[in-house]
Design a protein around this ligand. Structure first.
Ligand code: PGA
Length: 240
C-alpha cells in the first residue's frame, strides 16, 4: 500500500487561489509515483481543483458530507454531489466538526455508512483531547470513537482510512512523538476487524515528516496548516 499524504485546507483558499496554489504545488512536488497525495479543499474550491488535477496522480477529497443523499437539509452537502465533482475521498468526524460543530459518534457512523454505500473512501478521524490524555483516558476515548464510528460496518474496515489526530496536537505546533503516535495506531489496529490504513495528523510539518514516516505504524499523514503553503506541503509530499 502506498503511503498517503492528505492536505486538509479547512476554511482557507477561495477558488482562484486554490487553482494557482495547485499549479504551484505541482511544479514543486512533481508527480510522486510511489505515494498518494490527496487535496482536500473547501467545497467551493472543489470544481477548480478537480479541473487542475485532471489526468494527474493527485486525488481529490472533501472535508465533510451529510448522511442523506438528498433532502431538506439546508446548508448541507451530499456525498453524491462530491462524487459528481470527482472526489474519491471524504473526511468524516474531524475534531473541529466534533468539538465545534457538535458532531456525535452517531452522526459520524451514519456518514461513514453512506460514504461506503455511495463509493467514497471515508477518512474517519479519531483522537483524544489534552485533558483526556492527562486523565489516562486516551485509549478509552479512541476505542469509543472507533467502535461507534464503525458500528455495523466493522467488516468493511479495509475499505476505510482512519486518521489518529490527537486534539491537543492540531494547529498547536505540539506533535505527538513518533512513539506516542505509533502506540495509538497499534491500539486502533487492535480494535479493528479488518486492517485499515491509519494516518497521523496534528502539527505535521516539513521538519517532522521524515521521522514520523519512519514509523511502520504510520501509513501516511493528514496535514492542516502546513498544507496551505506550497513549499512546505511539497516538502511533506516529498518525504524521504
Ligand atoms: P494541523 O491540522 O496540521 O494544522 O495541526 C491537522 C488537521 O486538523 O487535520
Amino acid at each position: 500500500m502506498e503511503p498517503i499524504i492528505a492536505g486538509n485546507w479547512k476554511m482557507h483558499k477561495e477558488p482562484g487561489e486554490s487553482r494557482s496554489f495547485v499549479q504551484e504545488l505541482m511544479a514543486l512536488a512533481g508527480e510522486m509515483r510511489d505515494r498518494i497525495t490527496i487535496l482536500i479543499p473547501a467545497f467551493t474550491s472543489l470544481p477548480a481543483v478537480s479541473e487542475v488535477i485532471r489526468n494527474t496522480r493527485f486525488k481529490l477529497g472533501a472535508q465533510n458530507m451529510h448522511w442523506e443523499r438528498s433532502g431538506a437539509y439546508t446548508g448541507e452537502v451530499s456525498g453524491m454531489f462530491l462524487k459528481a465533482l470527482g472526489c474519491e475521498y471524504v473526511v468524516i468526524g474531524h475534531s473541529e466538526r466534533r468539538h465545534i460543530m457538535g458532531e456525535t459518534d452517531e452522526m459520524v457512523n451514519r456518514k461513514m455508512k453512506t460514504a461506503l454505500e455511495i463509493g467514497l473512501i471515508p477518512i474517519m478521524c479519531v483522537g483524544e483531547k489534552e485533558a483526556e490524555r492527562d486523565a489516562g483516558k486516551t485509549e478509552a476515548v479512541i476505542e469509543r470513537q472507533v467502535e461507534q464510528g464503525l458500528k455495523s460496518i466493522e467488516n468493511e474496515a479495509h475499505k476505510i482510512i482512519l486518521a489518529y489526530e490527537p486534539v491537543w496536537a492540531i494547529g498547536t505546533g505540539k506533535t505527538a512523538t513518533p512513539e506516542q503516535a505509533a502506540a495509538a495506531h497499534a491500539f486502533i489496529r487492535s480494535r479493528l476487524k479488518k486492517p485499515s490504513t491509519i494516518l497521523y495528523g496534528g502539527s505535521v510539518k516539513p521538519d517532522n515528516i521524515d521521522t514520523l514516516m519512519k514509523e511502520k505504524e504510520i501509513q501516511g499523514v493528514l496535514v492542516g496548516g502546513a498544507s496551505l503553503d506550497a513549499e512546505s506541503f511539497a516538502r511533506i509530499v516529498k518525504f524521504q
